[in-house]
Design a protein around this ligand. Structure first.
Ligand code: SF4
Length: 439
C-alpha cells in the first residue's frame, strides 16, 4: 500500500499522455518489493517520499525544496545541484535529494551497456529516477544524498569513463547534433568539434570562474537540430559560402511527380500535385529562386541559408561544397531582458581540425576574456553585449567588422568609427569635424 495518499498527483495520470507520476509510482513499487535485490545506499522509500512532498506542495501552493548550501565532489565546482527538503522529519527519504549532471556523449550516441551501467549505479546509490536529458543536454540523475556523491563520482569517472557535466557560473556541458554521422546536410563535423572543445575547456567546465553560465551548442547545418541559435551563448551553425548545387534532372523529376517532396515526410497524406512555384519559389524568404522554362535558378548572393528549398527537394538541391560554420553570440532564455536569439558575430569560419580548431578557439577566448572583465555578476554574455554594444564584442572577439553583423537598423547608413580606425587618424577626423561644423 502506498505510504502517502496523493489524490492531486493521481489526477495527473488521468490524461491521454504518459505521466511522470506513474513513473515514480512504478519505481516506488519496485523498491518496496526490492525486485532488484539491491542493498540500497539511500532510503529505499525515497520515491514514495518524493510523491508525498510533491502532494504537500500542491496542497500548500508552495515548494518544499530549499537550497541548503553548496554540495559537490572534491576538486569540482559544479555538476551537483544541492536539493534539501524543508520537511525532513515527515519525508526522510528525500531529506537530501541532490541532482547530478552527467556529460552526455556528442550527438547522444550511447551503447546499451553504458546505459545499463548508469542505471545500475543509480539504482544502488540514487533514487533510480533519471531525466534523459536535461535542457542543457546532460543526463540528469535525480535524487541522492551527500555521502553518496564521491562514490558516484568515482564510479562515473573510473569505471564508466564519463564525467560530471557543468552547473553554476561555468561552461555548461556542450551539446551537438548528430552531424556527419547521419546527416547529409552536415557542413562540418559537429560531434568532433564539440568533443574537442569539451576536452580543451575542462577547467572552464568544472571550475566556475565566469560571471554566469555559458553554453556552447553545435548545429552542423542551418536546420538547427539542437536549436543552438536560440539556446546557447555561443552557437556554431554549419553553413557554406559557395553555391547550392542544383541537379536539374532531379528538379524535373520532382515537378513530374516521380520523386516525393519533403523526402516523403508527408507520406500518407495527400498534398496534391507538387507545385514548385507555390511550395519552393514563393516561399524563399529572400526571393532568391526562380523557375522558368523548366529550369530552376538560384541567385546565391541573396540566399540566407534558410534550408527550405533543400529540405523540400533534397535530391535536387544540395548544400554547397565550401563549408564551415557561422558563430552567433548571446542567445538566452528570458531571465532579465526577455528571450534573445544569437547575433551573428562571425559570418563564416573554416572548421579546421588540422590546426586543432585554433581560429575558433581564438574567437571563444576573446569573448570570454572580455566578458570576464566587463560582465556583471550573474550577467549572461548576451546581456553584456547589449549593455556595452555589439561593436565592443566584435572588437573583443578580434573578428573583422562586417556588414552582415548589422541587424538593426539596416536602413540607417551611419556608421560610427573610432578615430584611430580611420586612415589619417585623429587629425583628419578633427579636420572633418571642423569643416562640418563650420558649414
Ligand atoms: Fe531561398 Fe532558403 Fe533556398 Fe536560400 S536556402 S535559396 S534562402 S529557400
Amino acid at each position: 500500500m502506498a505510504k502517502h495518499k496523493t489524490p492531486l498527483l493521481d489526477q495527473l495520470e488521468s490524461g491521454p499522455w504518459p505521466s511522470f507520476v506513474s513513473d515514480i509510482k512504478q519505481e516506488a513499487e519496485s523498491r518496496a518489493k526490492n525486485e532488484k535485490g539491491l542493498d540500497y545506499q539511500i532510503p529505499a522509500d525515497c520515491p514514495e517520499d518524493l510523491l508525498g512532498v510533491l502532494e504537500l506542495s500542491y496542497n500548500d501552493g508552495e515548494t518544499h525544496w530549499k537550497h541548503g548550501g553548496i554540495v559537490g565532489v572534491f576538486g569540482y565546482g559544479g555538476g551537483v545541484i544541492g536539493r534539501y527538503c524543508d520537511q525532513p522529519e515527515q519525508f526522510p527519504g528525500v531529506a537530501h535529494f541532490h541532482t547530478i549532471r552527467v556529460a552526455q556523449p556528442s550527438g547522444k550516441f550511447y551503447t546499451t551497456k553504458f546505459l545499463r551501467d548508469v542505471c545500475d549505479l543509480w539504482d544502488l546509490r540514487g533514487s533510480g529516477l533519471t531525466n534523459m536529458h536535461g535542457a542543457t543536454g546532460d543526463i540528469v540523475l535525480l535524487g541522492t544524498q551527500t555521502p553518496q556523491l564521491e562514490e558516484i563520482f568515482f564510479e562515473l569517472t573510473h569505471n564508466l569513463n564519463n564525467d560530471l557535466g557543468g552547473s553554476g557560473s561555468n561552461l555548461r556541458t556542450p551539446a551537438a547534433c548528430m552531424g556527419m554521422s547521419r546527416c547529409e546536410y552536415a557542413c562540418y563535423d559537429s560531434q568532433e568539434l564539440c568533443y574537442n572543445l569539451t576536452q580543451e575547456y575542462q577547467d572552464e567546465l568544472h571550475r566556475p570562474a565566469f560571471p554566469y553560465k555559458f553554453k556552447f551548442k553545435f548545429d552542423a547545418c542551418p536546420n538547427g537540430c539542437v536549436a543552438a541559435i536560440a539556446r546557447s551563448d555561443l552557437s556554431f551553425l554549419g553553413t557554406w559560402r559557395d553555391n547550392i548545387r542544383v541537379d536539374q534532372e532531379a528538379v524535373a523529376a520532382y515537378v513530374g511527380g516521380e520523386i516525393a517532396p519533403n523526402a516523403g515526410a508527408h507520406a500518407g497524406r495527400d498534398w496534391g500535385k507538387f507545385d514548385i512555384v507555390k511550395e519552393v519559389v514563393d516561399l524563399c524568404p529572400s526571393n532568391a529562386i526562380s523557375y522558368e522554362g523548366g529550369k530552376l535558378s538560384i541567385n546565391d548572393k541573396e540566399c540566407v541559408r534558410c534550408m527550405h528549398c533543400i529540405n523540400t527537394m533534397p535530391r535536387a538541391l544540395r548544400i554547397g561544397e565550401d563549408t564551415g560554420c557561422s558563430i552567433l553570440c548571446g542567445a538566452k532564455a528570458p531571465i532579465l531582458d526577455g528571450p534573445q536569439m544569437g547575433s551573428l558575430l562571425v559570418p563564416f569560419i573554416e572548421v579546421n581540425k588540422d590546426d586543432d580548431y585554433q581560429a575558433i578557439k581564438d574567437v571563444i577566448e576573446g569573448v570570454w576574456d572580455w566578458w570576464m572583465e566587463e560582465g556583471k555578476n550573474r550577467e549572461r554574455v548576451g546581456e553584456t553585449m547589449k549593455r556595452l554594444g555589439f561593436g565592443a564584442l566584435v572588437r573583443a572577439a578580434g573578428v573583422p567588422i562586417d556588414a552582415r553583423q548589422v541587424q538593426e537598423p539596416r536602413h540607417n547608413p551611419y556608421i560610427f568609427w573610432k578615430a584611430e580606425e580611420v586612415e589619417g587618424g585623429w587629425e583628419r577626423s578633427i579636420d572633418d569635424f571642423r569643416k562640418r561644423h563650420q558649414r
